[in-house]
Design a binder for this molecule. Structure first.
Ligand code: AMP
Length: 423
């Protein structure tokens, strides 16, 4: 019997690993420029962490979580997203006691029991950012600008569209939910079974329905703009003005509500699209986020506002692949392959390799073969910048032949002089 990976999971190896690390390192770098601290939280949390945050009617909680009982009969869940765990840590570790804006980024596996398809995995990686402690449209704008600058630094530019919306403050949302409830009750026959259930629990969710998304009923539903309080409207207008000022090319999408309960006011999604026509590549979001004013309080903490986003590393990789955006340099070459052409040279080449590594040069050797052919097969496979050749002569005379693997030029030097030149 041979084993296969679980459906919807991925093995990373070779170039694919380098692509993933490249995307992550570019994002990390931008976070560093923004003075954002890394936070690492567990992959497993008590199930309630997600139920309390995402809401018990969200798709994630009702359908997509990997939940199990541990040996102590506690309900545990593999994290389906990052915000809830970071928020739990923010509170539990009392990170909120520091004054001012607290900024964190995270990077790790998320798990959702979704039907695997292109761009939709059961274990995938998210790179996310969370800001806590300052309730301002300027903070919201800076988070959207940060998201945009990460994607731009990866070479994406006209390949995604930035959709923003507001779902208003509490008062706006209550009025809006009431209007939605009334409207959808009058059109209940055109709703899918899930949406019929959402009608009482959270009618906003119906706007996020994947089944009904193109239906006329959804398109003609009341719009949040008509139910915003003066404050919520002002907040959103100021956000848009800031994005205009900062030259962010955004679209206001009135039907954008996001699938999780904890969002308030600002929500946004970056959707992949074709270079010139803005036509959706696959209709999937590459990055999504929003503001959450009440999540910390919902977890039993003080009333502290937060805002964050996460992008799907796999979706970004696949978009960059389609557009050929990975630089050659991700395929970094090893510096040296060290070849020993005599059985007596093997110990010597082992020692040379260690010396090179200690000096900070990457190298590889063939531990088994002494003849030319198999060792040059290794050179072909590894493609080093240089080849160091030790034949019987070289060892006897304390020399080394150095061959440039690109120009094929070679010189023979005294080994001590060569090592000295590397220092
Ligand atoms: P969400 O937490 O659902 O807002 O997702 C944030 C981002 O994570 C999305 O925009 C996607 O890029 C990515 N994502 C969400 N679900 C999946 C999945 N099942 N497989 C791969 N990427 C995903």
């Amino acid at each position: 019997m041979s084993f296969q990976k679980i459906k919807g999971t991925l093995d990373y190896f070779g170039l694919q690993t380098k692509k993933r690390r490249y995307v992550e390192s570019v994002a990390r770098n931008i976070c560093k420029l923004n003075n954002i601290e890394e936070i690492i939280t567990p992959t497993i949390e008590y199930t309630d962490v997600f139920v309390r945050s995402s809401g018990d009617s969200s798709d994630i909680v009702t359908k997509e979580m990997y939940t199990f009982k541990d040996k102590g009969d506690r309900s545990i869940t593999l994290r389906p997203e990052g915000t809830a765990g970071v928020c739990r840590a923010f509170l539990e570790e009392k990170l909120y006691v520091a004054t001012g804006l607290k900024k964190y980024f995270y990077n790790g596996s998320m798990f959702r029991c979704e039907r695997p398809q292109a761009g939709r995995y059961r274990e995938f990686n998210q790179f996310g950012v969370e800001y806590y402690g300052e309730d301002s449209y300027l903070v919201d704008a800076s988070v959207i600008i940060l998201a945009d600058s990460i994607l731009k630094s990866l070479g994406l530019s006209n390949n995604y569209k930035v959709c923003v919306n507001t779902i208003g403050d509490f008062k706006s949302r209550m009025a809006y939910q009431e209007a939605l409830r009334k409207y959808f009750s009058e059109n209940i026959d055109s709703l899918c079974e899930d949406c019929k259930n959402r009608l009482n629990k959270n009618p906003l969710r119906i706007l996020d329905c994947k089944v009904d998304k193109d239906s006329e009923v959804l398109k003609n539903a009341p719009k949040i703009v008509d139910y915003l309080t003066k404050e919520a409207k002002e907040y959103f207008d100021n956000l848009l003005k800031t994005l205009d000022y900062m030259n962010i090319n955004y679209y206001v999408d009135n039907n954008l509500v996001r699938g999780l309960d904890y969002y308030t006011d600002t929500v946004f999604e970056f959707i992949a699209c074709n270079d010139d026509s803005n036509e959706s590549l696959n209709g999937l979001a590459i990055l999504a986020g929003g503001k959450y004013s009440d999540l910390v309080k919902e977890f039993g903490g003080p009333s502290i506002s937060g805002i964050g986003f996460a992008f799907g590393v796999e979706r970004v990789i696949s978009l960059m692949d389609k557009l050929n955006l990975f630089p050659e340099s991700i395929n970094d070459r090893i510096d040296y392959v060290v070849i020993g052409l005599d059985p007596n040279t093997k110990l010597y080449t082992l020692e040379i390799c260690e010396t090179l590594r200690k000096l900070g040069y990457s190298c590889e050797m063939d531990y088994k073969n002494c003849s030319f052919k198999p060792q040059f097969k290794l050179v072909d496979r590894v493609n080093p910048k240089y080849i160091l050749i030790f034949g019987e002569e070289e060892v006897k005379e304390n020399k080394v032949t150095i061959k440039n693997n690109d120009t094929k030029e070679q010189i023979t030097l005294n080994i001590d002089e060569f090592i000295e030149s590397l220092k």
